[in-house]
Design a protein around this ligand. Structure first.
Ligand SMILES: Nc1ncnc2c1ncn2[C@@H]1O[C@H](COP(=O)(O)OP(=O)(O)OP(=O)(O)O)[C@@H](O)[C@H]1O
Ligand SMILES: [Mg+2]
Length: 356
């Protein structure tokens, strides 16, 4: 019998963190000379078949997804004593840690992160997967300034009849659940739109729209069901009205009033960022992560990449977002007043000269 040899170096193992399902450890693939992230189920959960099934589902569901904004699954195995998912190691941090750093995320950067997440989710939705657990700790930000969605563990395969996915069972974090998900109704991609809306709001406002991070899930869930929250621009007046409008549309209580799909949200965010040269966005994000102290240092060789065809831009921001309607109106009023004053002065000079 040939004894199997693990290609993953156990000596290089470093624990990255612990979540609800298990522990995530970084290990090195000995032959491919690259790091991977391994999620191992907690031993106390090994005897729970539903838990194992969910874990297996995480591997299966994300295993077929290949997109730059989705954490790639490399391998999965299950033995009577162990259950492990091997995935792409995202060298960086997660959005929860960035939010906890106390630094306000600049508006453009929040829009860029939301846009990248919308792209990854849009791809998953097109492949009939709803994430159902979009939350800051599941959004990974690499040192290179990439944004990747992890934990497709409780995804629902649309139209599938598998028991774990069919019921509206409340799995996931109530803090970021759409009202219909809390109520256990049938879900579609618009539940992820709502969840992303909450994350987007939190990036912009620095607070969750429906409660504190320390607040119990049940209490936040009740507030989500009521649907009342302080508009994002009241929390942070620097948020342009267009951005506030996108957030508000994501957070509509009724799914029919939200963006119908991620593509529509993507378009709305791209329109907002049309002046922002996205080729520099990963670099900017990488630098910001370094400034927040959430990564040791930004990647030295972060490449610029053109992600959408955008007109070239000579300089990097100040605020590159389109001006708000009220600012435009004020500018028009001031220009008109200036022109009228100039014309009046010219007329006065003309009359003075004429009557001399
Ligand atoms: N592929 C990965 N690459 C790098 N770090 C990862 C990866 N997947 C998860 N992590 C990190 O490991 C830690 C634990 O993640 P995990 O998903 O288990 O828990 P969580 O997201 O905090 O909670 P939950 O279990 O509710 O999802 C987090 O800090 C997360 O950022
Ligand atoms: Mg997670």
């Amino acid at each position: 019998m040939v004894k199997s040899v693990s290609p993953y170096d156990s000596e290089s193992a470093v624990e990255i963190g612990q979540g609800g399902m298990g522990t995530v450890v970084r290990r090195k693939h000995l032959y491919l000379d690259r790091f991977v992230a391994m999620k191992k189920i907690k031993p106390e959960n090994m005897s729970d078949p539903e838990f194992i099934q969910r874990f297996e589902r995480e591997a299966q569901s994300a295993g077929g997804l290949h997109h730059q904004n989705v954490v790639c699954i490399y391998d999965f195995w299950k033995t009577p004593t162990e259950c492990t998912i091997v995935m792409e190691f995202v060298d960086g941090t997660n959005l929860r840690k960035v939010m906890a750093s106390g630094r306000r995320i600049p508006v453009e950067m929040a829009c860029y992160i939301a846009l990248e997440v919308a792209r990854g989710l849009g791809y998953a939705h097109r492949h009939k997967f709803i994430h159902r657990d979009v939350k800051p700790s599941n959004l990974l930000l690499s040192r290179d300034g990439e944004v990747k969605i992890g934990d497709f563990g409780i995804v629902k395969v649309e139209d599938a009849t598998r028991e774990l996915t069919q019921t509206g069972a409340q799995i996931g974090t109530t803090h970021y659940m759409a009202p219909e998900q809390i109520e256990g109704q049938k879900l579609d991609g618009r539940a992820d739109v709502f969840a992303l809306g909450m994350v987007f709001y939190e990036m912009l406002a620095g607070v969750h729209p429906f409660g504190d991070s320390g607040e119990a899930g049940q209490s936040v869930g009740a507030k989500i069901l009521k649907g009342k929250y302080v508009p994002v621009r009241k929390q942070n007046p620097d948020v342009p009205w267009r951005v506030g409008r996108v957030v508000a549309r994501c957070l509509q209580h009724k799914p029919t009033r939200r963006y119908p799909d991620m593509a529509a949200l993507e378009r709305a965010l791209s329109r907002i960022l049309w002046k922002y040269d996205l080729a520099y966005a990963p670099q900017e994000l990488s630098r910001f992560l370094g400034e927040c102290g959430t990564i040791k240092e930004p990647a030295p060789d972060t490449k610029t990449r053109q992600m959408t065809p955008l007109p070239p831009k000579e300089t990097m921001p100040g605020s590159v977002l389109p001006e708000s309607r009220s600012r435009r109106a004020w500018r028009a009023i001031l220009i008109t007043a200036g022109v009228l004053a100039g014309a009046g002065a010219a007329l006065a000079i003309y009359l003075m000269v004429k009557h001399r």
